[in-house]
Design a protein around this ligand. Structure first.
Ligand code: S3P
Length: 177
């Protein structure tokens, strides 16, 4: 039995979609950022501010290894998680990797006003660079869902349908309902 791993840039809906997808499948759900928060007792912003990104990435590495070993778990990753090939390998070994995409315009509309993502504190040009540089990583997923003009439910339905098309027994049963 495998996990379902959601990857993609910040603001593509990984956590919201992941939680809803897990409900539909009656699977458990985990969010790497929340897990890191529980372990460190600090928010993502606090870790970045007090200890720097390097510390955050090493906490993320440990969390990824732990979650990768579970079964029937929907995992929402952080936007930078799969840039580390070791994380990718661990997640892909025991999971289907699904990328959620959105245009930068929509992403900034969704989360540009929020204050909880240290990497969004830079200029629009910098964020665009980051978004562009990361697309090739996300494109390596087993499949991608464009969330740009879709509701959460529509994204979840599309994932279930795609999993069904992949003829994975457990999923096709759910997708037909
Ligand atoms: C990050 C994305 C964030 C969080 C951290 C770093 C990134 O998660 O892990 O701020 O490198 O893109 P979300 O993608 O859930 O916002």
């Amino acid at each position: 039995m495998r996990n379902i791993v959601l990857i993609g840039f910040m603001g593509t809906g990984k956590s919201t979609v992941g939680r809803r997808l897990a409900q539909s499948l009656a699977w458990n759900f985990a969010d790497t950022d929340c897990e890191i928060g529980e372990v460190t007792k600090l928010s993502v912003s606090e870790i970045f501010r007090r200890h720097g990104e390097t510390r955050f990435r090493s906490e993320e590495r440990i969390v990824v290894d732990r979650l990768s070993q579970e079964d029937k778990l929907v995992i929402a990753t952080g936007g930078g998680t799969v840039l580390n090939p070791v994380n990718w390998e661990a997640l892909a070994k025991n999971g289907i990797i699904i990328s959620l995409y959105a245009t930068l315009e929509v992403i900034l509309n969704r989360i540009g006003h929020k204050n909880d993502r240290p990497l969004l504190k830079s200029s629009r040009e910098e964020i665009e660079k980051l978004w562009l540089v990361r697309q090739p990583y996300y494109e390596k997923a087993d499949f991608t869902v464009d969330t740009t003009l879709k509701t959460i439910d529509e994204v979840v339905s599309e994932i279930l349908a795609q999993l069904g098309r992949m003829a994975i027994h457990e999923f096709s049963r759910v997708a037909k309902n």
